[in-house]
Design a protein around this ligand. Structure first.
Ligand SMILES: *[C@@H]1O[C@H](CO)[C@@H](O)[C@H](O)[C@H]1NC(C)=O
Length: 320
């Protein structure tokens, strides 16, 4: 055989081997990607879903006392009330606008229980006001307890104050311009901020709106939500350097978030808990008697979240 031809054959042979190898790699690569791509599709739902914060649920020792404080001191409206004597509890919903479009607090009073332990993990709720000084004056005049006098935040310009409600829940008052949603934050402390951010992004489809590290005071905060923090309610997560565990007490219960499909949403949560921790505590489905479809779960720090079918929720409101 001609030496040149022989060489050419070897080179062609090597090329063929190379091409076969490339094709093989592509094929096996695609194979390896299939489950991941499936996961991507499941995870996408959380970001596509129409979500908003519906309410925060917590227990109080005297419903009328809290209603009086929230309406007269904080400027909330009493939106609805229900008494379930067969289960020995009552609820009151308060907020700054109709529940169809606004965030609310859902207070639970359990017959005969007048005191709860708030624990160390729960932080505060926040109310935006155009004049925090005036609001504080009003709260003080009506016998409310101010735990931090109004004034600019350390190292900033925003005027804030802190007040305590009759059960000891803290409300931060934040001065800002007119907003459609004055009930603007739920603050919870977490032991691993990056894990918590990832969880709420992936499992709940929230956006990380802002993250701020304050090394002088050894904490980092993250704002997560579905829209601008000046326009809607957001979840504020606080990480205090070196603190990984908090007590939960038995007072604060959960936040509820709307979803268009509890089943798809639960599938996302289930997948994310396998990666980041937390667990589904109630499989998706209708609540017996009420028929509103919900699913609930714990985040990796043990904070409870309930996803509520939006159409069912609106039906519930019509019945009130
Ligand atoms: C303020 O604090 C005092 C002392 O703890 C308490 O007795 C009182 O009920 C509080 N007032 C309100 C409105 O929470």
């Amino acid at each position: 055989m001609n030496k040149k031809l022989y060489l050419l054959l070897i080179i062609s042979g090597l090329h063929i081997l190379l091409i076969v190898k490339i094709i093989y790699n592509m094929a096996s690569g695609a194979e390896a990607q299939t489950p991941a791509a499936g996961e991507e599709n499941v995870l996408e739902w959380a970001a596509k879903d129409k979500r908003r914060f519906l309410h925060a649920v917590y227990r109080v020792g005297d419903l009328d006392r809290t209603i009086k404080f929230y309406t007269e001191c904080l400027g909330m409206q009493l939106l609805r009330k229900r008494d379930i004597p067969e289960e020995k509890y009552s609820n009151a919903f308060l907020g700054f606008g109709p529940e169809e479009s606004h965030f609310a607090v859902e207070l639970t009073y359990n017959y005969g229980v007048d005191k709860y332990d708030i624990g160390t993990g729960f932080g505060h709720f926040a109310i935006a006001s155009e004049d925090v000084y005036k609001l504080v004056e009003n709260i003080r005049a009506k016998g409310g307890n101010i735990t931090r006098e109004p004034g600019p935040v350390k190292g900033g310009e925003t005027v804030i104050a802190f007040v305590k409600d009759p059960d000891g829940y803290i409300f931060e008052l934040i001065q800002r311009g007119p907003t459609p949603e004055p009930l603007c934050q739920v603050m919870l402390r977490v032991g691993d901020l990056d894990r918590a951010i990832k969880f709420y992004e992936k499992a709940c489809g929230m956006k990380l709106l802002r993250k701020k590290d304050v090394p002088d005071y050894k904490y980092t905060i993250a704002m997560l939500g579905y829209d601008d923090e000046d326009k809607t309610t957001v979840l504020e997560l606080t990480y205090n350097y070196g603190v990984t565990e908090y007590t939960k007490g038995n007072a604060y219960a959960q936040v509820a978030i709307s979803t268009e499909d509890v089943y798809k949403s639960a599938a996302v949560v289930d997948l994310v808990t396998k990666e980041l921790g937390g667990k589904i505590t109630r499989q998706p489905g209708p609540i017996p008697g009420i028929n509103t479809k919900i699913t609930s779960f714990l985040d990796p720090d043990g904070w409870k979240v309930v996803l509520v079918d939006n159409a069912d929720f609106l039906k519930e409101l019509e019945k009130k």
